[in-house]
Ligand binder design. Structure first.
Ligand code: SF4
Length: 329
């Protein structure tokens, strides 16, 4: 039986693509990518695992780490409406899937892409670019839109019956929902799948990071996912937790050289300062933190440098509401 690899994000389209090809005599192995910019990595994987178990197929988890950052920093095909380098990202994933295909001796790749569904990465010309850049011409089968696309090698060779493939296009999800009902598929992720690069607030923080710390690594990305971020000057930024869970995450992510701000006799969120701090930006940081303290009428903020050592004490008034906006990223 011919073997194929299928991308499985946990989204409905990827599940349907597998279900459609499962009706034919193809041995499918699914791959799920975990990228640093997914907000619900574990949830997405766990759902994909549950689905692949229900479908009776093996799921291979491919963890993408540092190597993905160069795509985000400098995408050949640019960004979408936020910081999402979707075309480069798809090329990257197809290349990775191809490596896995070669490893397990699979003959082609299945994806849940739908022609015209996403303005950036699912246009006809872009699907061609993805195939060309990954050197996978004719080897990517998109069952949901196949009838609107040139026949692929699996169709030409008769491994897959083209007449049983579909002709879905556009942004409407109506046909996919109907198919989900037919196949009794109930559990799946929303289309965006939690990619933070499509989120405007996260994208602002990414743009700031790229501008002020272009050599960023995975640690900085993890920090961007937590708290309110403030750019104090080109050398320093402040991050303030929004709740108990973020407070403890921030403390875990703090580096030994970061400043940890701890107010005296008043309940305040955890705040860390990263970068070069002089008296001026320490005071500014304290004024911003004071704004988020429970009683923000007047505060004395005690400043701890590093994780344990007491450095100095600064007394501030909270920053004015209209002023704070200048620093929020
Ligand atoms: S939305 Fe995010 S994960 Fe999906 S293709 Fe775009 S950059 Fe990649």
């Amino acid at each position: 039986m011919v073997k194929a690899v299928s991308l499985l994000s946990g989204g409905l389209d990827s599940i349907l693509a597998i279900r459609i090809i499962q009706e034919q005599k193809v041995n499918i192995v699914a791959v799920h990518f975990s990228i640093p910019f997914t907000s619900k990595k574990d949830k997405n994987y766990n759902l994909s695992k549950k689905l692949s178990d229900e479908l009776g197929i093996h799921l291979e988890l491919i963890k993408i780490k540092k190597e993905y950052l160069s795509i985000v920093k400098n995408p050949k095909y640019g960004y979408g409406s936020n910081f999402n380098p979707c075309i480069d990202c798809r090329i990257f994933m197809v290349k990775k899937a191809k490596e896995y295909m070669n490893k397990i001796k699979a003959s082609f790749l299945i994806t849940g892409e739908v022609l015209g569904q996403r303005p950036m990465s699912q246009r006809k010309d872009v699907l061609t670019i993805i195939e060309k850049e990954s050197k996978m011409q004719g080897l990517i089968l998109r069952p949901l839109s196949a009838k609107l696309l040139k026949p692929t090698i699996p169709e030409e060779k008769g491994w897959v019956d083209r007449s049983k493939l579909l002709n879905i296009s556009g942004r409407s999800r109506k046909k996919q929902i109907e198919l989900a009902n037919n196949f009794n598929i109930k559990d799946y992720l929303t289309p965006a799948g939690g990619c933070l690069l499509t989120d405007p607030a996260f994208s602002r923080k990414m743009a700031d990071l790229l501008k002020f710390k272009g050599d960023f690594g995975l640690h900085e990305i993890e920090l961007l996912k937590v708290g309110r971020h403030f750019r104090l000057n080109s050398e320093s930024k402040l991050i303030i937790g929004r709740n108990e869970s973020e407070n403890s995450k921030l403390l875990k992510l703090a580096k030994i050289e970061d400043l940890i701000f701890s107010p005296i006799r008043v309940k305040c969120p955890v705040a860390i300062g990263r970068g070069d701090f002089n008296k001026e930006n320490k005071t500014l940081a304290c004024k911003i933190i004071a704004k988020y303290c429970k009683d923000s009428s007047f505060q004395t903020i005690k400043l701890h440098c590093g994780k344990n050592t007491v450095d100095n004490t600064i007394t501030v008034l909270p920053i004015e509401s209209k002023e704070i906006k200048k620093y929020r990223i």
